[in-house]
Design a protein around this ligand. Structure first.
Ligand code: PAF
Length: 279
């Protein structure tokens, strides 16, 4: 698998692809790839002639107290996964190559300040900045994002609309372990006891879904039931559980679709997110 480190080199390759009339798909990642990423790459391979996987642990989306340093990295394993999924190349720049004394950042109001944005106030500015840069470097026809980061997906769609990027954003379903845990690079932080405890996220969301399906329309009743299930797990500490309008991320009191029910829960020191969307 070709691993490209330099922006200029990548640009030359992409210009050549475009001269040949190839469509280009981009799968932005922070590496330590798993089956969730693989599903994005495979979808991109189906829908585009060439696929770039970016593999970059983006420093600007981590606050100083977060896990930038310890975030897991394994470029060789990532390259092997990209190869098996049919990607054309991996873009793996250094932080200096991406940010070389940059003074320009992309920021967004409102929808970046709710849900994860409350606990991670600088996070989405870092995400919007790096994704804009990747869009400008790769100039893809389509870019693929997992629905596990539902707020991120919503933010990126809004950014693409607001800044007139001519790129189709494709949201892809959450990939789960067989016992329900949503796949995440951060799952590697969990010890066996925590790994078991982490199942309370998907279990509680299933309870929430069932209650809605059985006719309950009061959001507080649903989120209270979800909260009660998480509270039964001693290793879990809730950051937030919220149900919002999936288009605007505004809070709702009565269930009216499309809804996003999203949560962030600490299992020990590891902050995990999960959600369901009802369209
Ligand atoms: O979802 C991620 O892995 C990151 O937030 C992204 C989109 C690659 C930006 O660094």
């Amino acid at each position: 698998m070709r691993i490209i480190k330099k922006i200029d080199e990548l640009r030359m390759i992409i210009k050549d692809w475009k001269r040949n009339g190839y469509t280009v798909g981009l799968v932005p990642t922070m590496g330590y790839l798993h089956e969730g990423h693989k599903s994005l790459i495979e979808r991109a391979v189906k829908e585009n002639d060439r696929v770039v996987v970016s593999d970059f642990v983006n420093p600007t989306q981590f606050a100083p107290n977060e896990d930038f340093e310890s975030y897991p990295r394994d470029i060789n394993a990532d390259a092997a996964l990209c190869e098996s999924a049919g990607a054309s190349l991996v873009f793996n720049p250094d932080a200096d190559e991406m940010y070389d004394s940059a003074l320009t950042f992309v920021d967004m109001n409102k929808i970046t300040k709710v849900l994860c944005g409350k606990t991670r106030p600088i996070h989405f500015s870092g995400v919007c900045t790096v994704v804009s840069k990747l869009f400008n470097i790769v100039t893809p026809d389509r870019a693929y994002f997992g629905q596990k980061d539902a707020q991120q997906l919503c933010v990126i769609k809004k950014m693409v609309k607001d800044l007139n990027f001519d790129i189709e954003i494709v949201g892809c379903p959450i990939i789960r372990e067989s016992d329900g845990l949503a796949k995440s690079s951060r799952n590697t932080y969990l010890n066996p006891q925590e790994r078991q405890a982490a199942l309370c996220l998907s279990r509680s969301l299933e309870i929430g879904k069932k209650i809605i399906t059985s006719g309950e329309r009061n959001v507080k009743t649903v989120t209270d039931a979800i909260r009660a299930e998480i509270d039964r797990e001693p290793l879990a500490e809730i950051d937030y559980i919220e149900m919002v309008d999936w288009n605007t991320l505004e809070p709702i009191e009565a269930v009216r679709k499309p809804i996003l029910c999203a949560m962030a829960v600490y299992i020990g020191k590891t902050r995990l997110i999960d959600n369901f969307i009802m369209e």
